[in-house]
Design a protein around this ligand. Structure first.
Ligand SMILES: [Mg+2]
Length: 276
C-alpha cells in the first residue's frame, strides 16, 4: 500500500475521528508531530473527535496533556461508554475495579457502588469486575484471585473497557488490559464483555456528537485514524467510516502486510505518521 500524508487525504472528508495512543500520544506524552497535525486540522476547518480505549480516568481528564488544542468534550472514551452502560443497567451490587485510583471517577459518574479490587480482602461478595487498566495492581495475585472467584461463582461478570492487547511506549509495546482480559476469557466460565473500539457503541457515540455539529453527515464522510487494525480500523470499517492506519504506534511498517492478512481488514489509507 502507498504511504500518504495527512494533508493528502483529509480534504476528501468532513470530519476526523482520531485514536489517541500511538497516533497523537504515547505513555510519555504527545508525539512530536501532534501539534502540527492539530493545527493543520483547525486551519482547514476539519472538526476532530478523539476516540480512545483509555479507561484509566474520566474523558474530561484526558484533555490536559493536549494543552487546550483539543477540548475536553471532544474526547469519547471507552470508559465513558462503560460508565453509561453501568448507569443504565438494572443490576445492583458492588463493582470491583482494577487500575489506578483515577479510574474511580468513571464509576462515580455511573453512580454505582464501587471498590478498588486490590483493597478487598475477599472477593466472596464480588459479582462484577471492571478491568479498567493494566497499571497499579499485581497481575499475578489479582488474576489468580479472579480465576478462583469465577470457579466458585460462574456468573462473575468481567467488564473490559480497553480490549487493546498492547499499547505503544517509545519504540516498544507493553501488554494492555485487553491482553489480561483475553487471558481471563480463556479461563472464566463467562466471557468478559468488551466496550470501546472495535465495538459499535463508541463509534455511535462519537458519530452522534459529530452529527450534532454536521447534521447531514454520512459515516463515509468521516475519516478514522488509528494505529491498531483490530480495534481502530476494524471497528470503524464496520461502522461505515473511512479508515487510515498510521504506522507510528502498535503497527509497524515491517508488520503491516502480515497484520492486514491476519485481521482480514484493509485500511483505506496508510500514513507513516500524523505530520501534515
Ligand atoms: Mg492506539
Amino acid at each position: 500500500m502507498e504511504l500518504h500524508t495527512l494533508s493528502q487525504i483529509v480534504p476528501r472528508y468532513r470530519a476526523v475521528f482520531c485514536d489517541s495512543y500511538g497516533v497523537l500520544r504515547d505513555a510519555h506524552g504527545l508525539l512530536p508531530d501532534t501539534r502540527a497535525a492539530l493545527a493543520y486540522l483547525a486551519q482547514v476547518g476539519c472538526p476532530l473527535w478523539v476516540i480512545t480505549n483509555d479507561a484509566s480516568r474520566p474523558a474530561r481528564e484526558l484533555a490536559p496533556p493536549f494543552a487546550g488544542a483539543v477540548a475536553p468534550e471532544r474526547f469519547v472514551s471507552s470508559g465513558l461508554v462503560l460508565s453509561r452502560h453501568l448507569r443504565e443497567r438494572a443490576s445492583a451490587g458492588v463493582v470491583a475495579y482494577l487500575g489506578p485510583p483515577s479510574c474511580a471517577g468513571l464509576l462515580v459518574d455511573a453512580g454505582v457502588e464501587h471498590a478498588r479490587l486490590v483493597e478487598l480482602e475477599s472477593l466472596d461478595e464480588v459479582t462484577t469486575i471492571a478491568l479498567m487498566d493494566d497499571e497499579d495492581w499485581d497481575w499475578t495475585r489479582e488474576l489468580n484471585r479472579i480465576v478462583n472467584r469465577g470457579r466458585r461463582y460462574p456468573e462473575l461478570e468481567v467488564l473490559l473497557p480497553n480490549p487493546d492487547l498492547v499499547y505503544p511506549i517509545g519504540d516498544e509495546v507493553r501488554l494492555a488490559a485487553g491482553a489480561l482480559g483475553a487471558l481471563l476469557g480463556e479461563i472464566l466460565p463467562r466471557a468478559p464483555r468488551s466496550f470501546g473500539k472495535p465495538e459499535a457503541a463508541i463509534f455511535a457515540r462519537a458519530f452522534e456528537l459529530a452529527r450534532a455539529e454536521l447534521p447531514d453527515l454520512a459515516p463515509g464522510e468521516v475519516l478514522m485514524i488509528g494505529d491498531t487494525l483490530t480495534t481502530d480500523v476494524l471497528g470503524a470499517a464496520r461502522f461505515g467510516l473511512a479508515t487510515a492506519l498510521v504506522l507510528s504506534g502498535n503497527t509497524t511498517a515491517a508488520l503491516v502486510e502480515r497484520e492486514v492478512e491476519r485481521a482480514g481488514v484493509r485500511p483505506d489509507h496508510l500514513l507513516a505518521g500524523i505530520a501534515p
